[in-house]
Design a protein around this ligand. Structure first.
Ligand SMILES: N=[N+]=NCCCCNC(=O)[C@@H]1[C@H]2[C@H](O)[C@@H](O)[C@H](O)[C@@H](CO)[C@@H]12
Length: 446
C-alpha cells in the first residue's frame, strides 16, 4: 500500500466552456470558442459548448457528486465573457453564478480552486486586434483578474492565472487546432508573450491587494521529450522538442528569460522579437506561490532536417488512450524530478492528469472503466515516488470530474470519472469515481 501525506489535496478539474452551457444566459456574450465551434469544420461533427453538461443550471447536483466522491478541492475556471461581456462593462449577474457555485462548495467543505483563464477569451477582445496578439489584452486581463480578486479573493485559496499558455498560444495561433484557429508562428509567440505578461501583471495586482490566505500560481501543460536513439542528432531533436513544449514557458517564469537555443531557432522563422519590451521578462518572472502541472503523455522524437523544430515524433511502445497519447507514468516521475532539479522548489500540484477511453454504460447501468483506474493508479504511483524522495507535490486533480466538451474533438472523447449522457444530462459515477472515492478515504493506493 502507498500512503500519501496527511494533507494531500485530492481533487478533480473542469473548465467553464467545457461544462457550463448557458452561453447566452445572464449577460454572457460569445467567446472565441463559441465562434470557433460554430465555424464549419473546426470541431468534431460541429459540436459546440452551447449546452455541454448544462452545469450552469445543474451545479448543485454536480457539487453533490463532488461530495459523494469526497474530493478535498475542486478546480473550475471562470468564464471571462460572463464577467466582462463587453470591454470595461462588469456584469454582476455573471459573477453571481460563481458566488453560488462557491457557496455550494464551501457548504460541502470542498476547497474552490479557480482558473482565471481556460481559453474562453471574449469575442470582443479578439475583435480588437486579435485578442492575445494585441498588447492591450494584458490590460483587459488584469482588469478582469482584479475584479475576480475583489469579489472572490479570500474565498478561493488557490488561484491559477492561466491554464496551459502553450495551448492558448501555440495550438491556437500557430498550429490552428484551437480557437481562434490561426496558423502563424510569429503570432503564436506574440500571443504566448502577452499571455505570460498578463500572468505577471495579474500576480503583481494580486500581491498589491494583499489577499489573506490565498495563493497564486500558473498551470503549464508539460510534455517530456525523449530522443528516439542515442544519436547526437536525435538528442538535438529532443532538446528542441523540449524547448517548444516546455522551456519556452518554464524559463521566462522561473529564470526570467526565454531559452537562447529556441530564440535562435525561432528568429530564423519569425524575425525580430520586437514584441518583447524592456521590463517584460522581469514582470513575467515575478515570484509565484505554486506551479500547476498538467501531465498527459510524453513525446519521443527523431531528428528531421526538414521540420521547423528539426524534430519528428515517433510512436512510443506504450498503450495509447483514445486521444492517441502514449500512456507513460514513468515520464511523469521524470518530469517532476526535472522541475525540482532545474526550476523550482515551490509547492507543485498536478492540476490535470487523466485519460479518454471508450466508455459505455453496460446492462447493469454502470461504466466499468478499468483502463482509467489503471491510468490514474499508475500516475499516482509515479507521484508518490517523487513525494517519497522529498518532492514538494501537494495535490492531484483528475481531469476530469465529468465527460465534457473536448475542444476540437467535441463530445467524442470522454475524460470524466463521471459519465454524462448528453441526451438526458444524467450523470453516472464510473467505476473510476468509486475507486477514487476510496483512494481519497484511505489517502492511499494499493
Ligand atoms: N495537437 N495537440 N496537442 C497536444 C497537446 C495537447 C495537450 N492538451 C491538454 O493538455 C488539454 C488540457 C486542457 O486543460 C483540458 O481543457 C483538456 O480537456 C485536456 C484533455 O485534452 C487537456
Amino acid at each position: 500500500m502507498i500512503k500519501f501525506p496527511k494533507d494531500f489535496l485530492w481533487g478533480t478539474a473542469t473548465s467553464s466552456y467545457q461544462i457550463e452551457g448557458a452561453v447566452n444566459e445572464d449577460g454572457r456574450t460569445p467567446s472565441i470558442w463559441d465562434t470557433f465551434s460554430k465555424t464549419e469544420g473546426k470541431t468534431y461533427n460541429g459540436h459546440t459548448g452551447d449546452v455541454a453538461c448544462d452545469h450552469y443550471h445543474r451545479y448543485k447536483e454536480d457539487v453533490e457528486i463532488l461530495k459523494e466522491i469526497g474530493v478535498k478541492a475542486y478546480r473550475f475556471s471562470i468564464a471571462w465573457p460572463r464577467i466582462f461581456p463587453e470591454e470595461g462593462k462588469y456584469n454582476p449577474k455573471g459573477m453571481d453564478f460563481y458566488k453560488r457555485l462557491i457557496d455550494e462548495l464551501l457548504k460541502k467543505d470542498i476547497m474552490p480552486t479557480a482558473t482565471i483563464y481556460h481559453w474562453d477569451l471574449p469575442q470582443w477582445a479578439y475583435d480588437k486586434g486579435g485578442g492575445w496578439l494585441n498588447r492591450d489584452s494584458v490590460k483587459w486581463y488584469v482588469e478582469y483578474a482584479t475584479k475576480l480578486f475583489e469579489e472572490l479573493g479570500d474565498v478561493i485559496p488557490l488561484w491559477i492565472t492561466h491554464n496551459e499558455p502553450w495551448c492558448s498560444s501555440i495550438l491556437s495561433y500557430g498550429i490552428g487546432e484551437h480557437a481562434p484557429g490561426h496558423k502563424n508562428y510569429r503570432e503564436a509567440l506574440i500571443a504566448a508573450h502577452h499571455i505570460l505578461l498578463s500572468h505577471g501583471e495579474a500576480v503583481k495586482a494580486f500581491r498589491e491587494m494583499n489577499i489573506k490566505g490565498s495563493k497564486i500560481g500558473i498551470t503549464l501543460n508539460l510534455t517530456p521529450a525523449y530522443p528516439a536513439s542515442e544519436k547526437e542528432e536525435d538528442k538535438l531533436a529532443a532538446q528542441y522538442a523540449d524547448g517548444f513544449a516546455n522551456r519556452w514557458f518554464l524559463d521566462p517564469i522561473f529564470k526570467g528569460n526565454y531559452p537562447e537555443d529556441m530564440m535562435e531557432l525561432y528568429s530564423k522563422i519569425i524575425g525580430e522579437f520586437d514584441f518583447i519590451k524592456e521590463g517584460d521578462l522581469e514582470t513575467i518572472s515575478v515570484p509565484i506561490d505554486f506551479l500547476g502541472v498538467n501531465y498527459y503523455t510524453r513525446s519521443i522524437v527523431k531528428y528531421n532536417e526538414d521540420s521547423m523544430l528539426k524534430a519528428e515524433n515517433v510512436p512510443g511502445p506504450g498503450k495509447r488512450t483514445e486521444m492517441g497519447w502514449e500512456i507513460s507514468p514513468e515520464s511523469l516521475y521524470d518530469l517532476l524530478k526535472r522541475l525540482d532539479r532545474e526550476y523550482t522548489k515551490l509547492p507543485m500540484y498536478i492540476t490535470e492528469n487523466g485519460a479518454a477511453f471508450k466508455d459505455e454504460v453496460t446492462e447493469d447501468g454502470r461504466v466499468h472503466d478499468d483502463e482509467r483506474i489503471e491510468y490514474i493508479k499508475e500516475h499516482l504511483k509515479a507521484a508518490a515516488k517523487f513525494i517519497g524522495e522529498g518532492g514538494n507535490l501537494k495535490g492531484y486533480f483528475v481531469w476530469s470530474l465529468m465527460d465534457n466538451f473536448e475542444w476540437a474533438h467535441g463530445y467524442s472523447k470522454r475524460f470524466g470519472i463521471v459519465y454524462v449522457d448528453y441526451e438526458t444530462q444524467k450523470r453516472i459515477l464510473k467505476d473510476s469515481a468509486l475507486w477514487y472515492k476510496e483512494v481519497i478515504q484511505k489517502n492511499s493506493i494499493e
